[in-house]
Write a protein that binds this ligand. Structure first.
Ligand code: PDD
Length: 285
């Protein structure tokens, strides 16, 4: 099936969907992005994703180049043109095209706006959730503002590649104190021996995941306790359960960390229940 992308005001067939060689997103990663899940053709948590997009834009001193309503129309149009039922929509906004110079262009360039969408292989994701995934730890060598959803993902790409080469699906970044920050493209959680869910506080050291935020509500509805604090790799090895959250995987059980079996090596009951319940707490439409 042919794919379409929105590029700076136009819906284009994929082979024609191109950006300029001096686009600052391409040269400096001077751009931010969002990824929304698409479920039964509808956007999941659009409001929260656009809120975070506005926070990221503000942090890099850009403004939303069109109204939220107009952006919502574009997102839906790209989903519809690509006939996505279950998948994701990707949105990137950057500082535009200008002569290569680190300083912001004067006068300001027109921001670059790109939207793409693609279907998920649901069977593959569900199969992963049924068995659970393996993760490996890598040093967190990223910059100090990973709360900004910037397209500067080289450390994340290298970490993911390390994971794949070790037969794992995701990498967990470890800070200098030995605590887990987050995954290469997901937030990290554990369940302690006494049944508490632990995840790191959403400060500058992690991306404040939308899935993470929605899961807080699901967890509370189950009467469970969340501790927002750093947890060490050692604590994770000894955890009863481990899991990751992201828009593309919702809640994904983790059954191995650095080759060590977590719990009984199968997806834990809490991770499984939270995965089942998650979309009841998301905003869909
Ligand atoms: N990644 N941490 C990082 C580093 C991420 O890249 C992501 C999301 C998350 C989870 O955030 P959310 O729940 O809002 O998806 C945490 C997206 C899915 C991606 O880059 O594809």
């Amino acid at each position: 099936m042919s794919r379409y992308a929105y590029v700076n005001g136009r819906y284009l067939p994929f082979p024609d969907a191109k950006v300029h060689v001096e686009d600052r997103g391409y040269q400096f990663a001077d751009a931010v992005y969002e990824v929304c899940e698409v479920r039964a053709g509808q956007l999941v948590d659009e409001r929260r994703h656009l809120d975070r997009l506005e926070r990221s834009l503000k942090a890099i001193r850009l403004r939303l180049p069109m109204s939220r309503a107009a952006l919502g129309v574009v997102l839906r149009e790209v989903v519809a043109r690509n006939r996505i039922r279950f998948g994701m929509v990707y949105l990137q906004i950057g500082r535009g095209v200008a002569r290569r110079d680190l300083a912001f262009p004067v006068p300001a360039a027109a921001p670059s706006v790109v939207v793409t969408a693609r279907p998920f292989n649901r069977a593959r994701i569900d199969a992963s959730a049924a068995t659970g995934i393996a993760v490996v730890s890598v040093p967190d060598n990223r910059w100090g503002r990973v709360d900004i959803k910037s397209v500067g993902l080289l450390p994340n790409a290298l970490a993911r590649q390390t994971a794949i080469e070790q037969g794992a699906r995701e990498a967990w970044f470890i800070d200098k104190s030995g605590a887990v920050t987050e995954g290469a493209s997901a937030n990290a959680w554990i369940v302690t021996a006494d049944g508490k869910l632990v995840t790191r506080r959403a400060d500058h050291t992690i991306l404040g995941g939308i899935t993470r935020g929605v899961l807080f509500e699901a967890v509370k509805a189950q009467g469970l306790t969340i501790e927002e604090r750093p947890f060490t790799l050692e604590e994770a090895y000894a955890a009863r359960e481990a899991l990751i959250t992201s828009a593309t995987q919702s809640v994904m059980p983790v059954v191995r960390i650095d080759g060590r079996v977590i719990g009984n090596g199968k997806p834990g009951p809490l991770a499984t229940a939270l995965r089942r319940e998650f979309h009841r707490f998301a905003e869909i439409g």
